[in-house]
Design a protein around this ligand. Structure first.
Ligand code: IMP
Length: 452
């Protein structure tokens, strides 16, 4: 049986921990879409690992970890990730890590393009070049891993220099200068943090981008990564025929799906179940779909967020300091559990079970709200097509449940949870219509409840 882990709302649901937990029983774990806009944090024996591209399962020994064709790969990020994990004693070589030959590459000119778009009409992207890399894929102008390996140096140079010229021409057409970009980045700490590598390695205050450095780093990366590149669709098909168990690791969340999310405030990949098929090249079925939600909701970046909490309750929930983007360091907006969107998410993903993470973050609240319906244009609705334009018109209708005012941190069985916490989980299950089978009660690997 194959399993998928998918984000229920706007990402950051704590999928890394669930994947780490489920990876124990899998032979192969595969990332299917997104890029280093994702950040999966896993804590093992008080050691914190943040993974952006490599599946969190790399922390288990003797698993095959795959980056599928639907992922867009920043070569600097993956090399740095390999390096840091190796320094922490994790075994990474061509028998534990495989990168799809068809995966597209995010280059510094995609990051420049992301900056140009955000500078004029932003939605609050992670500035990782994700959108422009996927746009190039669709425009049939992308650079894939096979190109990186097979192109002659001359061909690679021509391709890269031409693409850079095109992005620079776009900047000029918009009247944007390198100085303006520099000032815009300097304006905000989070932007400086997100763009540190780009600024230090590739940005030029005279010519926007240092073409030669881009080429040299691609040539360097191809030497280091060539042995990891593989035919993933074939590998997965073989594994299926050999009855191996495959775990499909979704990134971001359903509300960020390019087709089914809160468009246009979305990322540029299919974060829902279909993306796990198109991002790996499989045709066989994924039978078990684990949909992950936090016990509350969060979102980063712009766009409507109906259940957003606008008072100090959000500070209480975020008190452990973990509600900052693992990739960008941006503070996450916090809201109550939204059963309307959760139902939608369960439907588009055909969820089999729910995993609810971070239950312990609600421990100190007197009362907890759940949104069970929306009011839109004077009518109460329980189903919605959640484009941004529609969500903006939706007013959440809440029911209020009593808090439990005691610690659930580290509790490992459902029966040991305070009665009100059990009631909260049961109510979520009832409203979404899918059984809750996994509950997270803390940051450590073992802080998890499996509901029988
Ligand atoms: P992009 O993926 O960088 O293009 O950003 C598009 C939108 O998706 C922005 O609102 C980002 O904040 C959001 N986003 C992308 N990746 C993640 C993630 O892993 N967690 C949470 N939000 C994300």
């Amino acid at each position: 049986m194959h399993t998928a882990v998918i984000g229920g709302l706007w990402g950051d649901e704590g999928k890394g921990k669930i994947i780490d937990f489920l990876a124990k029983d899998a032979d192969i774990i595969v990332r299917c879409q997104g890029g280093d806009n994702a950040g999966h944090t896993v804590k093992v024996s008080s050691k914190k690992f943040v993974l952006h591209l490599i599946p969190s399962s790399i922390l288990h020994e003797s698993k095959k970890n795959i980056i599928g064709s639907g992922v867009v790969i920043n070569l600097d990020t993956i090399l740095q990730e390999i390096d840091e994990l190796q320094k922490q004693g994790i075994r990474i070589d061509s028998s534990t890590l495989f990168i799809s030959e068809l995966a597209h590459i995010i280059t510094p000119y995609h990051i420049l393009n992301d900056i140009l778009n955000e500078l004029s009409q932003g939605i609050g992207t992670t500035l990782r070049g994700i959108g422009p890399a996927y746009a190039d894929k669709i425009r049939r102008k992308g650079l894939i891993m096979l190109d990186l390996i097979q192109f002659s140096e001359e061909d690679l140079k021509k391709k890269v220099y031409d693409e850079i010229d095109e992005v620079i021409a776009y900047a000029k057409q918009k009247g944007i200068t390198p100085e303006k970009i520099f000032a815009w980045i300097e304006e905000k700490e989070t932007r400086k943090k997100m763009l540190k590598n780009f600024l230090e390695k590739y940005f030029s205050r005279e010519t926007f981008i240092d073409k030669e450095k881009v080429l040299l780093s691609l040539l360097e990366a191809r030497k280091k990564l060539k042995n990891y590149v593989a035919d993933i669709a074939w590998m997965l098909d073989q594994a299926n025929k050999e009855n191996k168990k495959i775990l499909f690791e979704g990134a971001q969340g359903t509300m960020l799906d390019i087709c089914f999310g809160s468009y246009p405030f979305v990322t540029c990949s299919n974060t829902t179940i279909g993306g796990l098929y198109t991002g790996t090249g499989i045709g066989f079925s994924i039978e078990k779909k684990v949909l992950v939600f936090k016990a509350f909701s969060t979102r980063v970046g712009g766009g409507p967020f109906p259940t957003e909490i606008k008072d100090k309750t959000s500070d209480i929930i975020a008190e452990d300091g973990t509600e900052f983007g693992a990739t960008t360091g941006r503070a996450r907006r916090i809201g109550w559990f939204d059963a309307v969107l959760a139902r939608y998410s369960a439907r588009v993903n055909d969820a089999s079970i729910l995993a609810i993470t971070k239950l312990d973050r609600l421990d100190m609240l007197d009362e907890i709200k759940i949104c069970y319906a929306y009011e839109m244009e004077g009518k109460q609705i329980k189903n919605v097509t959640p484009t941004a334009r529609i969500l903006e018109k939706c007013i959440p209708v809440f029911e209020t449940l009593p808090g439990w005012k005691q610690s659930t941190q580290g509790i490992a069985s459902f029966e040991k949870l305070p009665v009100n916490a059990q009631g909260y989980i049961k109510r979520i299950q009832e409203l979404v219509g899918i059984p809750v089978k996994i509950i997270g009660t803390g940051q450590e690997r073992e802080n998890i409840i499996v509901v029988s």
